[in-house]
Design a protein. Structure first.
Length: 350
């Protein structure tokens, strides 16, 4: 008699109720954000799509108060999805209010508050998802007014109710600095919150870590105290900033940052608390420059910290800027280099 039949017979004899085995926890998602119009993004997508479960192109933008959506052509994605024998990740396009170098607050807030605009937007998203086989969407409405922020979660709940019966998920982005109560409301209205875990220091701030390890851990713990980790995607930075003295930083790729350090024979410093490699050099503009970036070692450490907190997945912002070594098997963590501890980031005075 088989073991399973013997166990069942004992259960029947003694009136035992056998609990069903618990399902194995789902493996964490690996998500890649990218820009369809950027050559470096396209190249990274083509090379590494098979290592990702979800691709999230910045494809859709709401452009009018009537709910019209502009779609960005994405030939690289079509090529990746069309290759036979390749892993075909789910596609969750970003739907933003960014177009023509502006954050279109009027268009976004009209979609939230005007029933006709909402319906036009929802119908377009449903139609496009069915035609392209999208798994869902990532909403990224930014620079909203207080009125818009108050309307955001109810709007997402209505959109979620439209998409869910069609088998499409709805995710929403949130910055680490946003009000936890607001993030909690966004989480209840969607299938997942994408926490943008970068820009501890930002382009118009004083130089410093883009995402320090200590900062990441402490901020994640704070946010996850009011969120279900299983509904959280942690988006990690994979880029750098080059700050000129008393100026606005320029975004640089990890490769460009390393090349600048080599060209200028700069000593690269890596603090234990932040993990971000950084250096300074004298630029051709006559000003001192400070460069901070997120390399493969920092990414691996941050990814491990996020997964230790049992989040649903980890995303890369963004493909094309990342350290190529990020895709290789991890090696030993680099040794911290002695250097001054950066202070808190503040806005650069003008």
């Amino acid at each position: 008699m088989s073991k399973s039949r013997f166990t069942a017979m004992l259960a029947a004899m003694f009136g035992l109720v056998l609990a069903a085995p618990s399902p194995a926890p789902a493996a964490p998602l690996s998500v890649g954000f990218y820009l369809p119009w950027d050559d470096a993004s396209e190249a990274s997508l083509t090379a590494h799509a098979g290592a990702l479960q979800v691709l999230s192109p910045m494809t859709a933008a709401i452009t009018t108060p009537q709910g019209n959506i502009r779609w960005q052509p994405d030939p690289a994605l079509a090529a990746v999805r069309g290759k036979s024998g390749r892993t075909k990740p789910e596609v969750f396009p970003i739907v933003s209010n960014a177009h023509d170098d502006v954050w279109d607050v009027a268009a976004a807030e009209a979609a939230m508050t005007d029933p006709a605009a909402f319906q036009a937007m929802a119908d377009e998203l449903l139609t496009k998802a069915a035609a392209e086989g999208y798994g869902g969407y990532v909403l990224d409405f930014e620079n909203l007014t207080p009125k818009g922020l108050a309307a955001y979660a109810p709007f997402l709940a209505r959109l979620h109710a439209v998409l869910k019966p069609a088998g499409r998920e709805l995710w929403v982005t949130a910055t680490m600095g946003q009000d936890p109560a607001l993030i909690g409301g966004l989480a209840k209205s969607t299938d997942a919150v994408v926490l943008m875990a970068y820009d501890q220091c930002w382009a118009t701030s004083t130089p410093g870590p883009i995402a320090g390890l200590d900062w990441l851990g402490q901020t994640l713990d704070s946010r996850l105290s009011v969120l279900d980790p299983a509904h959280v995607i942690v988006a990690l930075g994979a880029y750098g900033y080059n700050w000129p003295q008393s100026g606005v930083a320029k975004v640089v790729s990890a490769g460009e940052a390393q090349a600048l350090a080599t060209l200028n024979h700069a000593v690269v410093v890596r603090g234990a608390a932040d993990g971000n490699p950084h250096f300074s050099y004298s630029g051709g503009d006559g000003r001192l420059h400070q460069v901070w970036w997120l390399d493969a070692a920092t990414y691996r450490a941050q990814r491990a910290a996020a997964l230790l907190r049992h989040v649903r997945g980890v995303a890369i912002w963004r493909l094309g800027l990342e350290d190529p070594a990020l895709w290789a098997r991890g090696g030993p963590a680099p040794t911290p280099t002695p250097g001054p501890t950066p202070g808190a980031c503040t806005m650069v005075p003008h």
